[in-house]
Design a protein around this ligand. Structure first.
Ligand code: IPM
Ligand code: MN
Length: 379
């Protein structure tokens, strides 16, 4: 059932996070007006800069606010002091130091059980390509359109570490429960997309035993529950070069957490770069949406970062909320917003430095305004 009002928690975080999120929230505001939907947005200061000041990553009660929200929008975390990333102090609050901002990214993924990290690798026409440097034509764009599904709660990301005499051991944890649900998510997505109806399992199972288990579970679930789909397998090292050379081979890709982290950035290179890459952290009860580019401290405070990934996270959030609450206004909004972004890219005028170079570059805020204008034209 569609809701009267949707509660959104915004976590701007560090570096360029607040800037790109400001543009994204401006677009969300416009969506609210154009599609007559009420969004109640609460922004919570958090991340590494917050830790540096308060020795805690966010105000008390913030996690509970995330838990109560209909969706979360995250900017980026990772703050530097004197060129060094801020880590938490031992015992405050974790036994071992963690990147300050852990609570927002890794903590929320785990505590809200956001088990699938959905990262589309989709190229839009009009983008200057990061590899060959030419403007992308429609027929090129069609070759890059797949989705990476990254397991989002375990693997090397549990925060566990063992101290040994001569070093440290960080375990790779792969469980049946987490693997089954994420591969099911991937298989169901391949059915919904109805393109190649193929899912590629990417791992390092030729050498890592836990990854062999991941692949076995993938095969069992696929063969028994999804006989209509093609099951495909790749080792992550080889996959990285196929991603660059033959992206048209892929439809839905699934892998353990760290593998998914790496191949999603690698894929972004073929789809206009990190400035356009978006990720949805999705569970059965909660969703958190974010640009995957990180906080880029050296670009912070200059109003120059590309906000399109953050704007596309709003798009993904609308799409997810639309399905969850069967809200037709939101699915129209998601559709129109993607069209608006595509149009701004195609026109190629109001874009940031990463897409058209420093000389012609528009500001981060300017791109937000351009998308908002385009959206108004479309609706
Ligand atoms: C990402 C990021 C994070 C990750 C970092 C900031 C902990 O790189 O979302 O891809 O590794 O998951
Ligand atoms: Mn990453």
């Amino acid at each position: 059932m569609a809701k009267q009002s949707y509660r959104i928690v915004a976590l701007p975080g560090d570096g360029i996070g607040p800037e790109v999120l400001a543009s994204a929230l401006r677009v969300l505001d416009a969506v609210g007006v154009f599609f007559e939907v009420d969004f109640e947005v609460e922004s919570i200061s958090c991340g590494g800069h917050y830790y540096a000041e308060h020795e805690t990553e966010w105000p008390e009660g913030s996690f509970e606010k995330c838990e109560a929200a209909d969706a979360i929008l995250l900017g980026a975390v990772g703050h530097e002091v004197d060129g060094r990333p801020v880590f938490t102090k031992p015992g405050k609050p974790y036994p071992e130091p963690q990147l300050a901002g852990f609570a927002q990214v890794i903590g929320n993924r785990k505590r809200l059980d956001l088990y699938a990290n959905v990262r589309p690798v989709k190229l839009y026409p009009g983008v200057k390509h990061k590899i060959h440097g030419k403007l992308v034509q429609v027929w090129d764009a069609e070759k890059v359109d797949y989705v990476v599904i990254r397991e989002n709660t375990e693997d090397a990301y549990t925060g566990e570490m063992e101290v040994i005499e001569d070093g440290r051991i960080t375990p790779i944890r792969i469980t049946r429960r987490a693997t089954e649900r994420v591969v099911r998510y991937a298989f169901n997505l391949a059915r919904r997309r109805n393109k190649q109806r193929k899912v590629t399992c990417v791992d390092k199972s030729n050498i890592i035993g836990a990854h062999r288990f991941f692949r076995d579970v993938f095969r069992q679930v696929g063969e028994t529950e999804f006989p209509d789909l093609t099951l495909d397998y790749a080792y992550v090292d080889a996959f990285c070069q196929w991603q660059i050379r033959s992206p048209e081979w892929f439809d839905v890709v699934v892998g353990p957490n760290l593998v998914g982290d790496i191949v999603s950035d690698n894929g972004a290179t073929t789809a206009g770069g990190l400035g356009l890459a978006v990720g949805g952290n999705i569970g059965d009860q909660h969703g958190m949406f974010e640009p995957i580019h990180g906080s880029a401290p050296k670009h912070a405070g200059k109003d120059k970062a590309n906000p399109l990934a953050a704007i596309l996270s709003v798009q993904m959030m609308l799409d997810w909320l639309a399905a969850r609450y069967e809200d037709d206004r939101l699915s129209r909004a998601a559709h129109s917003l993607e069209a608006a972004v595509a149009a701004v890219l195609q026109e190629g005028k109001t874009l940031t430095y990463d897409l058209i170079g420093e000389e012609k570059a528009a500001r981060c805020s300017g791109v937000g305004i351009a998308v908002e204008r385009k959206l108004r034209e479309i609706v």
